[in-house]
Design a protein around this ligand. Structure first.
Ligand code: SF4
Length: 326
């Protein structure tokens, strides 16, 4: 039976953290077994909020190393950079004619981003990035897209774009469905709802055991649990969320120890550190191989870009034919 095609992507922001793993990578690794997966490095998307391009290439290599270390297999699912396959920008231009400004301004995700980044006067490229995302997905005829809740409005725009193109010029594109990631968000060490490198509240997939220990030592916990024997509220504590993810077999014991006051935060954090380090150990081990020889990573990109380019070329050929562009 033909496998469904999925397209997933990330902006290259350098080394990845546990939030990236839990919110996306873990799911991608599982999905690559049962889907025809393509993995996009969305380097042009970086420009929507940052015009400094000096680090994009190095950040790409670091991110790809983390993809590999986490278990993505480029033989099963090619990795490629948006900037190296020109068809992305061509399809973006065509799709830009199919979406109104008012439709883009209604998009809650871009509004939220602009608010978080204190952007009062949004640039055209940022407002229109869901259209570039639509081009990224539909260029490969993605039928499903693994996303968190916050990205669902973008998939809705992608479906609208596909429908409009198909109605206007004839059927080329599928209308992709979101594949919701279950454990979509991991809180940051400072208690922020989201782990983020820019907020300096993350544990990297490449952090050594001592670094993880030091970072967790400073993590925010229940503010009402001041002394070791005070009863705590695990439901408000981010360390408890980490236990749920990385130490599920002991979560009941941690919860009752915290509530009764028998478990202090120092010990609780040490138990959590141990589990996170156990989880990271094989990732760090695999990472070393690619760090030692980055040529392997470059070759993986060259191969992925060749495979991606071929699919993109065929799609654009079909687009040109339907649009009678010669
Ligand atoms: S004992 Fe653990 S779960 Fe409870 S507040 Fe402290 S760190 Fe959080």
């Amino acid at each position: 039976m033909k496998k469904l095609r999925i397209l997933s992507g990330m902006r290259p922001t350098g080394k990845l953290h546990l939030g990236h793993y839990v919110g996306a990578l873990e799911n991608w690794v599982k999905l690559q077994e049962n889907y025809d997966s393509f993995h996009l490095i969305a380097d042009y998307h970086v420009l929507t909020t940052n015009l400094d391009t000096n680090h994009i290439y190095d950040n790409t290599i670091e991110m790809v190393i983390d993809w590999l270390a986490a278990g993505l297999d480029p033989a099963k699912s090619p990795f490629f950079r948006q900037s190296q396959i020109k068809e992305h920008t061509e399809l973006f231009l065509i799709f830009s004619m199919l979406v109104t400004k008012a439709r883009l301004e209604r998009n809650p995700t871009v509004k939220e981003q602009a608010r978080d980044l204190h952007i009062s006067n949004i640039i055209y490229g940022h407002l229109g990035y869901p259209i570039l995302q639509s081009a990224d997905i539909l260029l490969y005829k993605g039928e499903a897209v693994p996303v968190g809740e916050d990205q669902v409005p973008h998939i809705e725009i992608t479906r609208e774009v596909a429908k409009k193109f198909n109605q206007q010029w004839g059927k080329v594109f599928p209308e992709p469905q979101p594949l919701l990631t279950q454990f979509a968000r991991l809180p940051g060490l400072d208690g922020n709802a989201k782990m983020s490198k820019s907020l300096n509240n993350s544990i990297l997939l490449s952090d050594e055991p001592e670094t993880v220990k030091q970072k967790l030592r400073k993590a925010v916990t229940d503010p009402q649990k001041i002394r070791k024997n005070d009863p705590g509220r695990p439901e408000v504590c981010l360390v408890f969320t980490y236990h749920k993810k990385f130490n599920p077999e002991n979560v009941d014991e941690i919860e009752s120890g915290c509530r009764s006051g028998q478990l202090g935060c120092v010990d609780c954090k040490l138990k959590c550190t141990e589990k996170i380090n156990l989880f990271l150990e094989p990732i760090i081990e695999r990472r070393k191989k690619y760090e030692a020889d980055k040529e392997i990573v470059k070759d993986i990109l060259i191969d992925g870009e060749k495979r991606g380019k071929e699919v993109a070329r065929l799609t654009m050929q079909e687009v040109h034919e339907k649009m009678k562009l010669g």
